[in-house]
Ligand binder design. Structure first.
Ligand SMILES: [Zn+2]
Length: 719
């Protein structure tokens, strides 16, 4: 679930929202020329339905000229807006910015999917060459005084104040983005901010590089294979090879996973070996050696706190959360604390259960953190005995898609799907569909690229080739990409149940794209906040196990027999096991993240591990036994990849999905009436309203944690 969310999160910004950036540069004249003379395959919209990409037309040599021309054209368009002599108006400034960048979007939306899903050395090289130019385009705009002067004039004008609905939201989000990036600061402050941003970016990169090096270097060494008893022959062979590669021939090394918990802990029979592996994991970057990141953490946290102070925010968490559904760090903390009583009780109950399991195993031990996963795995095997090979024959990929995922969308939203073999694809194993609305009108084009390849990055995601917008006259062209193991020649592609859920998950994002019904591209479809965008997708996962849906698609690929209900019951029961660790480690990491970013510059300078200890104690969870999924010195999400004050989003959107599903169950389940309500209240709304308001429109109340507490098995289900 976590990797799926992570991997899926990035591509949502591939569309117009990312390039809500514009600028004027000294090279504008050259740029205009480049744009004006561009005549490649993206010069005009594709002639295919919905301007779908014509993959037969693109050659490697096309990309760089197209993207460069797109950047140049956008710069020129923005320059014209900033230099406009006419009085600033909503139309000639804010809406004009929405119209800018169509050439860029047309080319880049295709390019970015190809570099993710079907790349080559040539595409990778272009990607590397283009990415600084793209960030420069995006960065320059927000500190462009002339442009911001016009945006602010509209924002402060009577015209601006009188706007309503989607227009008002567009003005507010555009203005807020500028302010967030420091547009209101004085010239001297802007210089200071730029220097701070540069320093922070350098430190973040340095942190990330050191963590990568440390994680490789701190792989623990074992003298004998006997110490690794419990691992498979293949795993032991891999450990021997790793040791030999690192100059320790004859010994064994276990590569460290990124997380605190290590996969090998579930099977290492030797308790001393488990402790060695555990210590290597939790101490990887806090050992007062060349791999220690704690000084960097202090510097990053301090600089971020200073930056927040400079831009006038109470702390960095508040600064980061300006555009989120959960608007303040206090609200995020309050939400997370809502889980603590039930979760702490679950942790204590599970700890006792595992200690009893150890005793039954002849080990009268006091349970330690490195024992948890080992005994949890023993209990899981005894209690649930789930064999993936028993399950997979019921889930063939295309049947799951067409008779399951599409079927649920038909029953709920009235959608129908028609295969379009005439539309070009970039890989022969893909399929293309036309999506029809309940009234029979054509709604969207949908591509499905399910199989893993060596030139596809991991995870699963949704992206838009064309973003819906009434302003630009565009309908959605959407794609789902997954990493399901490809079938052997002539065999059906069978899918694990985890991947079945991923299929429903990604399709939830696709629905968010299909139902987009917005005027402005930057507010359209999935262009929503980080702590909202994973709500529709997780919500859609619920359809996978509705009996009516399941019976329609989960059929044995050879016999056609429906999946036995007891197998489903086992899958469902296994999901609620070991949540003291599962939810516990995520929740404590998320609370640690927020607390780090609520510090003042002075507080951020305290010794980081002492602060972490205080922050974890404040969670109320048993973090000695179950430490956070990432401890401070190796928490890459918050120190380098943009999740600072955002790690809670995973839990928040899951909570929305459970609470939202609770509404569906209480209102008659999978019905067309409920589908229409879902579409009308949030799935078709993009970012036209405040996210909390969208949610209340849907369920009639603010979100509540109880349905997730029950779904995660932390408390018995209310009748
Ligand atoms: Zn997702």
């Amino acid at each position: 679930m976590k990797t799926r969310l992570m991997a899926a999160a990035a591509p949502f910004v591939l569309g117009a929202a990312l390039l809500g950036g514009f600028s004027v540069t000294a090279h504008a004249t050259t740029a205009e020329k480049t744009a004006a003379t561009y005549s490649g395959p993206f010069a005009k919209p594709s002639t295919l339905p919905f301007h779908a990409p014509d993959f037969t037309q693109y050659k490697d040599a096309d990309w760089q000229p197209a993207i460069e021309a797109g950047i140049a054209a956008k710069r020129a368009e923005i320059k014209a807006i900033a230099a406009n002599k006419a009085k600033p108006s909503f139309e000639n400034t804010i809406v004009a910015m929405e119209r800018a960048g169509t050439l860029y979007d047309r080319a880049y939306n295709v390019f970015s999917q190809l570099t993710s899903a079907n790349t080559s050395d040539a595409l990778d090289a272009i990607d590397t060459a283009m990415s600084p130019k793209i960030s420069a385009l995006n960065d320059d705009i927000y500190l462009d005084d002339a442009l911001f002067a016009r945006v602010k004039a509209v924002h402060d004008s009577a015209e601006g104040k009188a706007l309503t609905g989607e227009d008002a939201m567009l003005l507010a989000t555009t203005y807020d983005k500028f302010v967030h990036r420091g547009a209101l600061l004085s010239a001297a402050q802007k210089v200071e901010l730029k220097a701070m941003n540069l320093e922070i970016a350098k430190l973040e990169t340095a942190f990330s590089q050191k963590l990568t090096t440390a994680t490789a270097a701190k792989a623990p060494i074992f003298d004998s294979a006997a110490q690794l008893d419990g691992l498979s022959q293949a795993e032991i062979a891999a450990a021997a090879k790793l040791a030999a590669d690192k100059g320790h021939a004859g010994k064994f090394m276990l590569a460290l996973d990124n997380t605190t918990q290590q996969a090998a802990l579930t099977s290492l029979n030797n308790r001393a070996s488990r402790k060695i592996l555990w210590d290597a994991s939790v101490n990887r970057t806090s050992g007062a050696d060349a791999y220690d990141t704690t000084a960097m953490v202090t510097q990053i946290a301090t600089l971020r706190a200073k930056k927040a102070r400079l831009v006038g925010a109470p702390d960095f968490a508040t600064y980061q959360m300006y555009d989120r559904m959960v608007k303040t760090p206090a609200k995020a903390m309050e939400f997370m604390k809502g889980f603590v009583p039930a979760l702490r009780a679950t942790q204590d109950r599970e700890a006792a259960l595992l200690e009893a399991a150890a005793k039954a195993d002849g080990q009268a031990i006091k349970l330690e953190p490195w024992d948890w996963s080992y005994y949890a795995e023993k209990v899981r095997k005894a209690k649930y005995d789930l064999d993936e090979n028993q399950i997979k024959p019921y889930f063939e990929v295309w049947r799951t898609l067409e008779d399951g995922v599409f079927y649920a969308a038909n029953k709920t939203y009235g959608l129908t799907f028609k295969r379009r073999t005439d539309l070009p694809v970039y890989h022969p194993t893909m399929r293309a569909y036309e999506v029809f609305d309940a009234d029979g009108s054509s709604l969207a084009i949908f591509y499905y690229d399910p199989f893993a390849r060596s030139n596809k990055r991991g995870g699963a995601w949704m992206n838009n080739y064309v973003e819906q917008s009434y302003l630009l006259g565009e309908k959605p062209v959407v794609s789902n990409t997954l990493n399901i193991a490809p079938p052997a020649e002539g065999q059906p592609a069978l899918v694990s149940f985890d991947n079945v859920e991923t299929m429903f998950h990604e399709f939830g994002h696709a629905l968010h794209g299909f139902f987009a019904s917005q005027k402005y591209p930057s507010l359209s479809g999935t262009n929503t906040a980080r702590d909202f965008v994973e709500f529709p997708s997780q919500f859609n996962e619920n359809f996978a196990t509705i009996p009516e849906v399941l019976n329609h698609y989960a059929k044995h690929y050879q016999t056609g027999a429906a999946i036995p209900p007891e197998l489903i019951a086992k899958i469902e029961a296994a999901k609620t096991f070991n949540q003291g660790l599962g939810l516990g480690e995520t929740l404590s990491a998320a609370m640690l993240d927020i607390q780090w970013h609520q510090l003042s510059p002075e507080e951020a300078a305290q010794p980081p591990m002492a602060f972490e200890a205080k922050a974890l104690a404040a969670t109320g969870l048993n973090t000695d036994m179950i430490p956070p999924r990432y401890k401070t010195p190796y928490f890459r999400h918050i120190w380098d990849n943009g999740y600072a004050s955002g790690y809670y989003s995973y839990i928040w959107t899951e909570m929305l999905a459970h609470d939202g599903w609770d509404w569906v169950v209480k209102h008659g389940g999978m019905t067309r009436a409920n589908g229409d309500h879902i579409r009308k209240t949030f799935l078709g709304q993009g970012h036209t309203k405040d996210f909390a308001e969208l949610y209340r429109d849907f369920t009639g109340h603010d979100p509540e944690v109880q349905p997730m507490v029950e779904a995660r098995g932390l408390a018995p289900k209310a009748k």
